[in-house]
Design a protein around this ligand. Sequence first.
Ligand code: FAD
Length: 602
Amino acid sequence: MGPKNSLTVSADRAAITRAAQVWTIARSIREYFHTSDNMVRTISGSRLVSQADLVLIVPLKLEITVVLPYTYSEPRSRLGRSGRSINVQLMKSLPMSKGGYLPPEGKQPAVPVVILGAGPAGLSAAYELSNHDVESVVLEQDAVVGGLARSVEYKGYLFDIGGHRFFTRVPLIEKMWREVLGDDLLTRPRLSRIYYRSRFFRYPLDATDALAGLGPLEALRCMASFARARFSPRWPERSFEDWVSNRFGSRLFEMFFRTYTEKVWGMPCDQIRPEWAAQRIRGLSLSSLLRHSLAGRGNGRKAIRTLVEEFHYPRRGPGMMWTRVRELAETRGARVLLSKPVERVFWRKGAVLAVQAGGESIRGESFISSLPIRNLIRSLEPAAPAYLRRATEDFHYRDFLTVALIVRGKNLFPDNWIYIHDPKFKVGRIQNFNNWSPDMTPDPETTCLGLEYFCFENDGLWNLSDAELLALAASELTELGLVKKDDVVDGAVVRVPKAYPIYDEHYQRGLAAMRRFMEEDAPNLQLVGRNGMHRYNNQDHSMLTGILAARNAMGARYDLWSVNVDADYLEERSPAEPDAWHWQLAQTQPITPRAISTSGSS
Ligand SMILES: Cc1cc2nc3c(=O)[nH]c(=O)nc-3n(C[C@H](O)[C@H](O)[C@H](O)COP(=O)(O)OP(=O)(O)OC[C@H]3O[C@@H](n4cnc5c(N)ncnc54)[C@H](O)[C@@H]3O)c2cc1C
């Protein structure tokens, strides 16, 4: 049976209506092909497999012939029998190209690798490609590189989003840090303490320090509560709260675990699964801490994995690393385009074709995305299949804001950072950037402090004005006794959406949907990094996924999903060796809590 209908669309006003018909057809084609594509006839020698092919053929004025189970003709009641075909001839000047579903019209050649996001993952990918003379374009929405690991500069003062320790056990990553930073990669001593009720306690916790700091009466109460927990433990252990209380006693749990955990994650400790505690404070209990303490520092230390007393840090903050990586990659042919938010990702069944970023269209052969998965799905054009659109509901995030205060005076306190466990204060953690590196501050007579508030986008804290946040931070700092009010001279606020991917009961389902889409429909798309893979990871993991994705784009076959917190990467080994991925990354990744499932699933 030959083609039955044909439609020509030109650029005049009336064509807009007809373009709507094209939409109808396109939608039909897409929906149809989501169930089967074996009814597709050839179009100029290549198979048409999805609506996105309409996109390709528009500039070329090709004719497509598709066998549909119905005709495209309106009204819908006339949609007819299976097996009839349509023939659609589209003109180049289709008006929809302005309105925006059409992808790049230009004749520019496809870039070998298009990278979405210039954080550690995206830039590591570009760097790796540039080392092999493979061209790439990196598209970044911000005006600076580095993503969550950027350095913010305010009147010459530098501060991090949080504080970024450079700490890895993966030789490949360590090598790249050294290659890029040379002598600018400092080795810094770590001091961090907990503030609770006007007292400071060592962190990681030291039992004798904690009990001595609490005073004899409170220390006795804590020991009594610990004894109670030993003789009559909470069983079964259903939550983080149960797990910690059984090992430290409920009194110490209240002081050293509850408030900070709830500040960071925004959920009650009795709603967090116990496995998180088991992973995070593996090997610790009040008795093991006491043993460790009494045996003297140095003995038994290896057994307790949270004790890390040194770390690397770039002389001018983590942004220095990412600015350098950008420069190096660009000298070898990569292009890093700033202030280019990725708005659309054009695909057809079988491949991602192009992206639109800041209004500019870029075609590519291979795509590496570090965008939050939820945003990536929403930017797919044509719209993602229904199962994937539903998955956008499966990804949730904890947000974060930091208030940097410039304070008169130096050596205000010796810590790199202080955890604020006292429930009286909203601030979760305070960074002293002068102690991270002296070069973070232009005037050595002043100090730059970063006060970190954990929140949800659009909650009460998030919506405070900058002036209100600066006032809150200054008054909390003063009340904590860390500075005098009049010494706070200036400050800046940075709000950071999606700072922490949340591991709730749904995100695995969302990831499964995304992986299915990539396997079935977009094998030339790879996901990397923290929000890109919805992994609560550190820089080294993000970098590693970026590097391996770049190698895949050059022909390797690494499984990025197996680069997890329980895996390592040994540079010299082949990825085919099953034992090549082990424990090294695990040493440096934060471990995220999981909520107790409300639906009863695990
Ligand atoms: C408070 C805090 C403290 C941390 N501390 C440490 C630490 O001590 N040590 C450590 O190693 N790691 C630390 N991390 C983790 C580290 O920041 C991340 O692992 C790393 O930055 C993730 O890199 P990434 O490239 O995957 O993602 P990101 O850094 O999030 O980069 C993604 C990039 O994509 C861009 N982007 C997003 N949407 C679009 C769009 N539509 N178009 C174009 N561009 C877009 C973003 O602007 C961003 O630049 C910390 C993180 C936080 C939040």
